[in-house]
Design a protein around this ligand. Structure first.
Ligand SMILES: CC(C)(COP(=O)(O)OP(=O)(O)OC[C@H]1O[C@@H](n2cnc3c(N)ncnc32)[C@H](O)[C@@H]1OP(=O)(O)O)[C@@H](O)C(=O)NCCC(=O)NCCS
Length: 179
């Protein structure tokens, strides 16, 4: 791992625990499995998510940067930055101006403490430091928590497309970022 930022943890200051966000230099399937495993999905969906993440790790250092949040040493959250190729759509990532945030997860028992917001701000800073001026992301229209989060962080819809299954709609959002 490289690059660690100290992460404030609301309400826990007196315990002096340290939460950090690190950039992964290797794929860490155990960590992402621990995070996704805190959600009660059907086993098939769980396996699908982990298989996708394993595939995505093959692009580490080429097209993707992975950020992992640890709390008290344990993996609790993650998000990816896609630099160039996202769903074959240059409006989502173009390697120059536009980058894409993907696969944001926060362990379930730590929701609503502002940790996903911190991870998103971190990925925005990291994208801006790499010279990108716009960050995009996709979210299913019925993902109330994530839609609420991105609205609060001032992401704006610029188009829609079909989600994972034909009945799902994906909102594509973007935000101007600066150093
Ligand atoms: C979406 C997710 C990452 C949010 O994580 P989180 O750490 O709870 O988010 P935050 O605490 O930073 O929330 C910030 C804001 O988002 C909104 N929000 C978060 N959860 C919400 C919920 N369940 N319902 C409505 N709004 C919600 C609120 O505006 C919240 O601010 P508030 O707590 O002051 O009201 C988390 O629910 C998660 O891991 N979900 C499963 C994976 C997923 O759907 N990822 C997104 C893929 S696009």
């Amino acid at each position: 791992m490289s690059r660690a930022d100290l992460w404030a943890f609301p309400g826990k200051a007196s315990r002096q625990v340290e939460t950090t966000i690190c950039e992964l230099s290797d794929g860490d399937l155990d960590a992402v499995t621990a995070i996704v495993g805190s959600f009660s999905f059907a086993e098939s969906r769980h396996k699908e998510i982990i298989a996708n993440l394993a595939d995505e790790f093959t692009e580490l250092g080429i097209n993707r940067v992975f950020f992992l949040a640890r709390f008290d040493g344990q993996p609790v959250g993650m998000v990816q930055l896609i630099l160039q190729h996202a769903d074959n759509d240059p409006e989502l990532a173009d390697g120059r101006n536009v980058a894409h945030a993907h696969s944001l997860w926060l362990k379930k028992h730590l929701h609503r403490r502002g940790l996903a917001s911190d991870l998103m701000r971190h990925v925005e800073r990291q994208a801006a430091e790499r010279g990108f001026t716009t960050l995009t992301l996709g979210v299913e229209v019925d993902n109330v928590a994530a839609v609420g989060l991105y609205k609060k962080l001032e992401y704006l819809e610029f188009k829609r497309k079909q989600g994972r299954v034909p009945s799902e709609q994906l909102l594509l959002l973007r935000k101007r970022i600066s150093r």
